[in-house]
Ligand binder design. Structure first.
Ligand code: IYR
Length: 224
């Protein structure tokens, strides 16, 4: 390593091997209950939960620690309505022509269509942007690196934090998403990556059976 300013590594708990196995098993059990949700209750959720989850997402590993992300939290009925109208317009074009037969066939077991009522029902829509430029400090115009990887990891951590707080999420990606810059008042050099719909599931919420089938370990991992 080259000389650089350092601090001691974070103190991690010195678990026994048995504890590590048990904790990792319990964490898997907890994560296994996460489901993408398309039916939300309109119950309010404290803003502090969202703030803490975003802070957790902001600890994600990322390119050169430039932290190339922005989380625009939409919580007002007016903004949700505007976002829904714009998203549904894109979705209608997608389902009517852009998707194509193969894509529509892949989506059939999920039952999705262009109607997105949850965009107005759920208490929060977190619009996640990747910043191509920005560096670490406000006003910086430095190049950012590995933006999609960094934002993808942060989004995974955000979803995990919200699941841990007992909230349901939906990763929603209308296509194209450029309209989100205007709705969220973000500069043109930021790229909308996805909308994370957040809230409690509706009392009668269902999930597609298709989505509950997960690949077994021997299909997703190899040991060399
Ligand atoms: N964005 C559309 C279509 C869609 C695409 C995929 I790939 C999905 O896994 C789910 C939906 C929509 O939200 O309906």
């Amino acid at each position: 390593m080259k000389p650089h300013e350092t601090l001691p590594y974070t103190e991690l708990p010195d678990y026994s091997d048995a504890d590590r196995i048990e904790r990792s098993r319990a964490f898997y059990e907890a994560m296994k209950t996460r489901r993408t949700c398309r039916y939300f209750a309109d119950d309010p959720v404290p803003r502090a939960v969202i703030e803490n989850a975003i802070l957790a997402a902001g600890t994600a590993p990322n390119g050169a620690n430039h932290q190339p992300w922005h989380f625009a939290v939409i919580a007002t009925p007016e903004k949700k309505k505007a976002l829904r109208a714009a998203a549904e317009e894109e979705e209608r074009a997608f389902y009517e022509s852009k998707a194509g037969a193969e894509w529509l066939e892949a989506l059939a077991p999920l039952g999705t269509d262009a109607d997105k009522p949850f965009l107005e029902t759920a208490p929060y829509l977190i619009v996640i942007f990747g910043q191509r430029k920005g560096g670490m400090n406000p006003g910086d115009t430095k190049q950012n690196y590995y933006v999609s990887e960094s934002v993808g990891i942060a989004t995974g951590m955000l979803i995990t934090a919200l699941h841990d707080a007992g909230l349901a999420t939906l990763t929603h990606t209308p296509n194209p998403m450029k309209f989100l810059n205007e709705v969220c008042d973000r500069p043109a050099n930021e790229k909308p990556v996805m909308i994370l719909v957040v809230g409690k599931p509706a009392a009668n919420a269902t999930v597609p059976a298709h989505a509950t089938i997960k690949k077994p370990l021997d299909q997703i991992a190899s040991w060399l």
